[in-house]
Design a protein around this ligand. Structure first.
Ligand code: ACO
Length: 320
């Protein structure tokens, strides 16, 4: 059994922020940011939050796939930046697009969230529980970014990407998921927390903290490893892969992964230069761009791979 994508959509933050703009607020430069990360600009949101961007990406994915929202059985939203503890963001999307017959819940796995959500969708379809599923990755990281920390604030952008999936013909589908909670401290963002009347403590806000070099080392080791594993498990050769759609965290990470896999850079599409790291949204945004630019053909074998806070990682192999 396999799962296929029948529609894609995306929505980016409304405001372009260039490296030069950031050099006005922290001590940095376009040269430093672009040579270390590949990022030239990113879109930040000044209005719509995670759910609104997610709903817009979802509308576009449904339209692209010719799917009426009432046909959806399930909505999965991968995000680390929900607007509320409850209702969850997926329920907000459900209400916004009128997907009245869908169950809806969020998945939290940082930048790996979309890959985990796709794997969850596959499991529901394979089990015969649901037929049409909307899978979204959306993050509004600018609200959890410390804009005085030049080590992190230059990296992130806001946006959402969505796909509609259903059961497909054939059996090309493979997945690898992994987590290592003991190394969670290298990439953290504390949830809004506080005491109660007993502690007398007020609420505290969390911001992203990252040990950049540790995340770098983790990514360039784990991503090739899980890609190789999924290929082996499905007995698919690297030559048969059309694109590796990796989480867009850093151009140097993608370069290093390509080298380790001994695959040419043309197979690693990138949009990080324009969008920065949009966390759970980066893979479906890139997928939507490839789709809308006509770069995907029926039968193309794709690998999607994510890595991020948790630590978490995952890869999936599927056919377009
Ligand atoms: N502008 C100018 N100088 C800077 C900046 C900046 N924005 N940020 C850090 N520096 C300085 C540091 O202060 C340091 O100066 P010092 O040597 O005088 O102390 C120097 O540059 C080197 O700092 P490092 O942190 O060692 O820089 P590094 O080369 O590791 O690059 C980076 C940092 C780009 C974050 C890198 O570690 C990286 O790419 N890590 C991968 C992590 C990642 O991509 N995370 C994305 C989010 S997580 C996720 O998506 C899973």
């Amino acid at each position: 059994m396999t799962m296929k994508i029948i529609g894609t959509g995306s929505c980016l933050g409304d405001r372009l922020v260039t490296n030069q703009d950031l050099a006005q607020i922290v001590e940095t430069s376009d040269e430093w940011i672009s040579s270390r990360t590949g990022i030239k600009g990113r879109r930040l949101t000044t209005g719509p939050g995670t759910s609104e961007m997610a709903a817009e990406a979802a509308r576009r994915a449904c339209e692209d796939g010719g799917v009426r929202p009432e046909e959806l059985d399930l909505i999965l939203l991968a995000t680390s930046t929900p607007e509320n503890h409850f209702p969850n963001g997926a329920c907000e999307v459900q209400a916004a697009i009128g997907a009245v017959n869908a169950a809806a819940f969020d998945i939290s796995a940082a930048c790996t969230g979309f890959v985990f959500a796709m794997q969850t969708a596959y499991s529901f379809i394979a089990a015969g529980i649901f037929q049409k599923i909307l899978v979204i990755g959306a993050d509004d990281l600018s609200k959890i970014t410390d804009w005085t920390d030049r080590k992190t604030c230059i990296l992130f952008g806001d946006g959402a990407g969505a796909v509609v999936v259903e059961k497909g013909e054939g059996d090309t589908f493979g997945q690898i998921m992994g987590s290592d909670g003991s190394r969670g401290h290298v990439l953290t963002c504390k949830a809004r927390s506080g005491g109660n009347f007993l502690t007398g403590k007020g609420p505290e806000m969390g911001y992203i903290h990252m040990d950049g070099q540790e995340v770098f080392k983790f990514a360039v080791k784990k991503v090739p490893e899980c890609v190789e594993q999924v290929l082996k498990r499905q007995q698919v050769q690297k030559e048969d892969i059309r694109y590796y759609i990796l989480h867009q965290a850093n151009e140097r990470i993608i370069d290093a992964v390509a080298k380790r896999l001994k695959e040419p850079m043309e197979k690693f599409p990138m949009d990080i230069q324009d969008h920065g790291n949009t966390s759970a949204a980066s893979i479906p945004i890139l997928l939507d761009e490839l789709n809308r630019h006509g770069r995907l053909a029926s039968g193309d074998k794709l690998i999607m791979a994510g890595f991020g806070g948790g630590l978490t990682w995952g890869a999936l192999l599927m056919e377009w």
